[in-house]
Write a new protein. Structure first.
Length: 275
């Protein structure tokens, strides 16, 4: 390990179980010397095993609904008290679509479900940053990261309204990131990760087929949750102090591919078999 985060304090949103990117990030931050408060919504905490992660990393848990300003204000107050100072890093790893959960097609979206998913997946990021900004709770040169996916920019039909949520999330990162950078010297970025076998990711229709396709399309193959955690650590560290307002692709090269030889070979085999 490199002690990249020695003496740094943070908040990690969204760890559910050992498959989640937030969970892997918490483990890596701990290994690199960082301390943090873990948080998730009460309902998610009941579904997961967050206490195990807290024990493993010597962290405290503060429950918070990321759509509730009152909860977020309490979270930030408690986190700065527990950690003994301002916050150096924040990971927003939150996403939810009721339409996806209920297998409602994009063309048939129920708009009350759409609004709920938008609030949880995207607007919560604005709320988190507004609370941190107003309370002046971030240290100078701090780093705020949200996890996204490139369906915000290209069509993946079964990703449904989560694609819209991620597009909005990325816009919030740029817009709020300007003010956070200018006024507080805090950087704000999003990381667009490969399709990853998390609990949330596996809820998307056709996920297993798509993760295989993405792996064949990417010259370096898919990035794992552990790979992403390593990247997040570098973004939390002082090595990336001038990186802000960016959507950073961490996907083995998938985002710049048109087609790969492996995918072409698969289609050609299928055509030959059909003949």
């Amino acid at each position: 390990m490199y002690n990249l985060l020695k003496g740094k304090r943070g908040i990690i949103f969204g760890a559910l179980d050992e498959n989640s990117i937030a969970w892997k990030t918490a483990e890596r931050v701990h290994e690199e010397g960082g301390t943090f408060v873990l948080t998730n919504a009460p309902i998610a905490m009941r579904m997961g095993t967050l206490n195990e992660l807290a024990e493993k990393t010597g962290s405290q848990i503060v429950a918070a609904d990321a759509t509730s300003m009152e909860d977020l204000e309490n979270l930030v107050d408690q986190a700065t008290a527990i950690l003994g100072g301002k916050i150096d890093f924040v990971l927003h790893s939150i996403g939810m679509s009721v339409n996806v959960r209920k297998n409602i097609a994009y063309t048939e979206n129920k708009y009350d479900f759409t609004q709920k998913g938008w609030d949880v997946s995207a607007v919560s990021f604005h709320k988190v940053m507004q609370v941190l900004y107003k309370k002046d709770a971030m240290s100078e040169w701090g780093s705020i990261i949200a996890l996204t996916y490139m369906a915000s920019q290209r069509v993946f039909p079964d990703y449904n309204d989560m694609a819209d949520n991620k597009a909005y999330l990325e816009s919030i990162a740029r817009s709020f990131g300007y003010f956070f950078g200018k006024d507080k010297k805090v950087r704000v970025n999003t990381i667009s990760q490969s399709p990853t076998a998390t609990t949330a990711g596996q809820g998307v229709k056709g996920f297993s087929g798509f993760i295989s396709y993405a792996d064949k399309m990417s010259p370096l193959g898919n990035a794992s949750a552990s790979d992403c955690a390593n990247y997040v650590v570098t973004m939390f560290s002082d090595l990336t102090k001038k990186v802000t307002l960016q959507n950073l692709f961490h996907d083995g090269g998938f985002s710049n591919m048109g087609v790969s030889q492996e995918v072409m070979d698969a289609f050609e085999r299928g055509s030959a078999e059909a003949e």
